[in-house]
Design a protein around this ligand. Structure first.
Ligand SMILES: Nc1nc2c(ncn2[C@@H]2O[C@H](COP(=O)(O)OP(=O)(O)O)[C@@H](O)[C@H]2O)c(=O)[nH]1
Ligand SMILES: [Mg+2]
Length: 215
């Protein structure tokens, strides 16, 4: 059985835990605890380690989805989860511009650890005050539309929406891996059945945030 590990990261309240719950075929392992700090102003419970959900695709692929905590004080978990991931989606609540800075920092953190395919998922587009894709892309540092990760809009409460965004993420991952040397992403068919994260074998050209280069 092939295993693909995808990470759902993003800011507090962007819908990561909801995403994993909507996705999973099996009972989700979650580590939500009562929020005690500033997060409690936004929601009662918060993820302190990770959410884990899984789903079998076809006969021989298991898709594992790991949701990270949103708060940077748990960034040791970001590190642990991203290093084993094949690709990730960053969720950003489009109606909460105050969180865009945190989202940018999460991208920089991930990018400093691994170079793997990623997409951006805009949530809360159905809520008042939601900003458009272009605006959020700029705020996250992607000024150049020719050099930016794919951006999707989704509602993590809706199955179709979650599956569509996962399809975009997987397609992006597969496209990048087929471009890379050695056809890495699906591993060594017939040999080890464990797919290897791309970072070890490919030269994935991760879209650069332009803020960091001063543009
Ligand atoms: N209406 C709406 N609510 C959303 C959306 N995304 C997330 N939420 C809600 O935001 C709240 C926080 O979600 P949660 O999954 O705990 O966020 P996390 O901190 O990223 O794990 C939940 O009540 C979700 O149902 C969205 O696109 N639309
Ligand atoms: Mg959570």
């Amino acid at each position: 059985m092939e295993t693909m590990r995808l990470v759902v990261t993003g800011t507090v309240g962007a819908g990561k835990s909801t995403f994993v719950r909507t996705f999973s075929q099996t009972t989700v392992i979650d580590t939500e605890r009562k929020a005690t700090d500033n997060t409690s102003l936004m929601k009662k419970r918060t993820t302190v380690a990770f959410d884990f959900g899984t789903r079998i695709l076809g006969r021989d692929m298991e898709l594992q989805v790991y949701g990270t905590p949103g708060q940077s004080r748990f960034d040791f978990m970001w590190d642990l989860l991203i290093r084993r991931a094949h690709a990730y989606i960053l969720l950003v609540a489009a109606n909460r511009s105050s969180s865009f800075n945190d989202a940018r920092e999460i991208i920089s953190f991930m990018n400093s650890r691994v170079q793997i395919p990623m997409i951006i998922g805009l949530t809360c587009m159905d809520l008042p005050g939601a900003l458009g894709q272009e605006h959020v892309a700029f705020a996250l540092g992607f000024m150049n539309d020719k050099n930016r990760p794919p951006i999707v809009t989704l509602n993590p409460n809706e199955k179709t929406s979650v599956f569509e965004s996962l399809m975009v993420l997987m397609a992006h991952q597969l496209l990048q891996s087929s471009k890379s040397k050695g056809n890495a992403a699906l591993g060594n068919v017939g040999g080890s059945r464990q797919a290897e994260p791309l970072k070890s074998r490919t030269k994935y050209q991760w879209p650069k945030q332009q803020f960091s280069s001063g543009l």
